[in-house]
Design a protein around this ligand. Structure first.
Ligand SMILES: *[C@@H]1O[C@H](CO)[C@@H](O)[C@H](O)[C@H]1NC(C)=O
Ligand SMILES: *[C@@H]1O[C@H](CO)[C@@H](O)[C@H](O)[C@H]1NC(C)=O
Ligand SMILES: *[C@@H]1O[C@H](CO)[C@@H](O)[C@H](O)[C@H]1NC(C)=O
Ligand SMILES: *[C@@H]1O[C@H](CO)[C@@H](O)[C@H](O)[C@H]1NC(C)=O
Length: 288
């Protein structure tokens, strides 16, 4: 094996020659003309790409409607959320500091539903029918009005008569809201959809009686459809309050609430498993 070791100096010279070759006038292995052509090519190429991008964006923006999303997840049923915002509601009746966060959270959440505010921002709508305010062709019917959902309609769970929402006597309230979906008009057999809650099987005994506000857990048809943040600025999502009248104390109770509505689209996809329902753990402790 012949080893022809290059000295360090040779390597340096080779490098120098590669960077600038005075014989051939090549810089990094290319002549000025070659470099010029390459730069020109990339310049034209990127200008072309940029132009394509701007053109595509322009065409896209022309077709967008500022009041409506063009593409929206086609969910059969929107998600639901509970307030107070928590996966588990666990507290001890005698210890105010274990439940005042829940009361605070409900108070904050319900502030926009105060009757006075609703009277200012929204109108009284005819109940039990969708409140339709469609555009007629190109003529916009904006801004769209919203229907009043008065906090006082939640009665015992409004926090008005009972500022502790029942937490202080072991009969807590929770609120349920449906996520907003533009254009959604849920119904149940042609009537308003409603929410029901139940315990997971082994906890059924412990759940006790529930009371719903508004009565029957109804989400009145008049609160649908929702036309979007921009078209319907003052929209209030309808709520359902559930009061746990007789929960067994010192026991975990797994509760699941769901909306009872006709499927708008039969999808049966896996991702829809949690749509239209919400689960949480409830545990009311007492010291005696
Ligand atoms: C909501 O409360 C306001 C103010 O008290 C009242 O004028 C209005 O009629 C109520 N609306 C509904 C739908 O109950
Ligand atoms: C929304 O509420 C404001 C008051 O906060 C009111 O001036 C406005 O007219 C309302 N908009 C609609 C479309 O009702
Ligand atoms: C609640 O449901 C019952 C039976 O489904 C019905 O008779 C009653 O009128 C409903 N109440 C309200 C306020 O919708
Ligand atoms: C509350 O639930 C207990 C069982 O957990 C039952 O014995 C009692 O009768 C219930 N009280 C009311 C008022 O329903």
């Amino acid at each position: 094996m012949a080893k022809d070791k290059k000295s360090c100096g040779d390597t340096m010279d080779e490098w120098k020659e590669f960077v600038w070759n005075p014989r051939t006038h090549e810089f990094l292995g290319r002549t000025a003309t070659s470099w010029g052509l390459i730069l020109l090519f990339y310049l034209v190429f990127y200008i072309f790409l940029g132009g394509m991008f701007i053109l595509t964006m322009y065409v896209m923006l022309q077709t967008l409607d500022e009041y409506k999303p063009t593409y929206q997840d086609r969910l059969a049923m929107p998600g639901m959320m509970i307030r107070p915002r928590a996966l588990e509601i666990v507290y001890t009746v005698e210890d105010v500091e274990t439940w005042d966060i829940y009361v605070k959270s409900l108070d904050d959440f319900l502030t926009p539903y105060n009757d006075a505010q609703q009277a200012q921002t929204s109108v009284e709508c005819p109940p039990d029918q969708n409140f339709l305010q469609e555009d007629s062709g190109e003529v916009r019917n904006n801004p769209k009005r919203s229907c009043q959902f008065n906090r006082s309609m939640l009665l015992d769970c409004s926090g008005l008569k009972d500022p502790s929402y029942g937490y202080n006597v072991g009969k807590p309230c929770i609120l349920i809201k449906l996520n907003r979906v533009i254009g959604l008009k849920p119904t149940k057999d042609g009537l308003s959809p409603y929410i029901t809650c139940a315990a997971k099987r082994e906890d059924t005994e412990s759940l006790g009686e529930l009371e719903y506000f508004p009565p029957n857990g109804t989400l009145n048809l008049m609160y649908f459809p929702y036309y979007g943040k921009k078209a319907q600025v003052n929209y209030s999502q309808p709520l359902v309050a559930i009061k746990f009248l007789n929960v067994t104390h010192n026991e975990d109770i797994n509760v699941e609430c769901k909306i009872n509505a006709d499927k708008i689209e039969a999808t049966g996809e896996e991702r829809d498993k949690f749509a239209g329902r919400v689960s949480f753990k409830l545990r009311v402790n007492t010291k005696n």
